[in-house]
Design a protein around this ligand. Structure first.
Ligand SMILES: [Mg+2]
Length: 277
């Protein structure tokens, strides 16, 4: 979508200080959206001063700032510069009555994010999180809770476009894998997973298990009700647990908080089905 950015009171808390989280916010939006300056600092369509100004006060790389394009010129109201035919978000700490009216006419009042940093200094941090969550919701992706893979570096995952949502104290990583990178990820896991561990990868349509035995041999399964007991037995063996504890593997997986909502969305029937004894 298009994102229109004011500077003063939005990216900058004041004329000396950057807003909390502005750098991470800009890194994310310039990477994932079309960003436009919508500020008096770039009213004539030349973005140079806006870039220089934010760079000087916020210390944000000009590389990032140069990805923000000048918006079309406006005379009285900033809404003149907004393209209402394309989904957009406009961040500003001011909203004139004429602008409010224009937004309302286009049924777009919710597309304006009113910024009030005096009231909430962390507003940009929250907006970044929301935008990231929206992205994940819409992206076709898989999830994987990666344990026992010291050999796999964060940088290797990131270079595949994989997002590390969280890392636990023990070094377990919670990964969001773009659908088109799934096979590269599976290859990486097979070659570098620590012996004696397994990794499961939860896609929207299929769940992959990769077991790496103590001797380094790997075995890959696509989970189905037919091979569920075999997978269950292997999980139990790898964990030194009795197998019956995990008889419904779909349910077992969904008990992991990281997978829970995603599993309920895509596999509710299999999780809730009754197993014959
Ligand atoms: Mg302002």
């Amino acid at each position: 979508m298009n994102i229109y950015l004011d500077i003063d009171g939005v990216l900058l808390a004041n004329d000396k200080m950057v807003a909390n989280g502005a750098k991470e916010f800009l890194e994310f939006v310039t990477e994932n959206h079309n960003c436009y300056w919508l500020t008096t600092h770039c009213r004539d369509g030349n973005p140079d001063w806006a870039v220089e100004y934010v760079n000087k006060i916020a210390g944000i790389d000009t590389e990032i700032l140069k990805k923000i394009k000048p918006c079309r010129p406006w005379a009285t109201f900033k809404t003149e510069a907004i393209n209402f035919d394309t989904p957009f978000l406009w961040l500003d700490d001011d909203l004139f009555e004429g602008e409010r009216r224009a937004l309302k006419e286009h049924n777009a009042l919710d597309n304006m994010e009113y910024i009030d940093l005096a009231h909430d200094p962390d507003q940009l941090i929250k907006i970044t999180k929301e935008l990231q969550n929206v992205k994940i919701m819409h992206m076709s992706h898989a999830l994987s809770y990666l344990m026992g893979a010291e050999e796999i570096k964060d940088s290797e995952l990131k270079s595949l476009g994989i997002e590390i949502k969280n890392t636990t104290k023990d070094g377990d990583r919670m990964l969001v894998i773009p659908a088109e990178k799934l096979s590269s990820y599976i290859e990486l896991v097979k070659s570098k997973l620590t012996n004696g561990f397994w990794n499961e990868i939860i896609g929207e349509k299929e769940i992959t298990f990769i077991f790496k035995f103590k001797n380094g041999h790997t075995k890959e399964y696509k989970l189905s009700p037919e091979n569920e007991q075999e997978i269950d037995a292997l999980c139990a063996k790898f964990n030194n647990e009795p197998p019956d504890k995990t008889a419904n593997v779909y349910k077992y997986i969904s008990d992991n908080n990281f997978y829970h909502d995603f599993m309920m969305k895509h596999y509710a029937d299999l999780i809730n089905r009754k197993l014959e004894k």
